[in-house]
Design a protein around this ligand. Structure first.
Ligand code: GLN
Length: 202
């Protein structure tokens, strides 16, 4: 077990699944929800859930500013689904009062895949991951509508009606996926993040 401590933002969403995935990657995962807990982590995972609720709770629990500050200082973070929305600089189809931590120069569209393909599974090839495409689970997921010059697009939907949509991105120490690797038992995305944390770009 390495001594890296990776916080999982535990305001709402699938916190337990991310903690389990981190444990399997041999790092200490720690649920965080109070401002004083933010200083003690090396990196942060922002889970799937509901970004509008997460945004409200982040403000109510006084962690919104401390997290923004740590991200601005270069703390690595990984967001899945609602967590991806929380890392986006801009959100389409959000609520007017919805806030994000930001950090990734991208515009995401909430609930983008529409009613017919609300929740679906599709193969996604992720740059930098060996082996088969990731079997990606999308649940009322956002897609990445556009990216700025500093964003690396790591993966797109490979088949079905949403073919070609950008669903995995990285900017510096920040990683985000529209889908939920924490629900599949495939640890490759979490391992990629843990490697990023170890190799942290300062
Ligand atoms: N639709 C949710 C949102 O807007 C995200 C769904 C998810 O995280 N599975 O935050």
């Amino acid at each position: 077990m390495s001594d890296l401590v990776i916080g999982v933002l535990a305001l709402q969403g699938d916190v337990r699944e991310h903690l389990a995935a981190l444990a399997e990657c041999d790092v200490i995962g720690r649920p965080v929800r109070r401002p004083e807990e933010i200083a003690g982590i090396d990196a942060l995972v922002i889970p799937g859930g509901e970004s509008t609720t997460m945004s409200k709770l982040a403000v109510a629990f006084d962690v919104y500013e401390p997290i923004r500050e740590r991200l601005a200082q270069g703390m690595p973070a990984y967001g899945s689904c609602a967590g991806m929305i929380m890392l986006a600089d801009e959100v389409l189809d959000g609520r007017p009062d919805q806030k994000t931590f930001g950090g990734i120069g991208m515009t995401v569209r909430r609930n983008a895949f529409g009613r017919q393909v609300d929740s679906f599974e599709a193969p996604v090839v992720i740059d930098g991951l060996d082996g088969d495409p990731v079997h990606a689970i999308f649940i009322r997921a956002p897609w990445v509508e556009s990216v700025g010059p500093d964003v690396e697009v790591l993966g797109r939907v490979e088949s079905g009606p949403a073919t070609g949509r950008m669903v995995a991105v990285r900017q510096g120490n920040l990683l985000a996926t529209s889908f939920h690797p924490e629900l599949t038992g495939d640890l490759r995305v979490h391992r990629l993040f843990v490697d990023m944390v170890r190799a942290r770009v300062s």
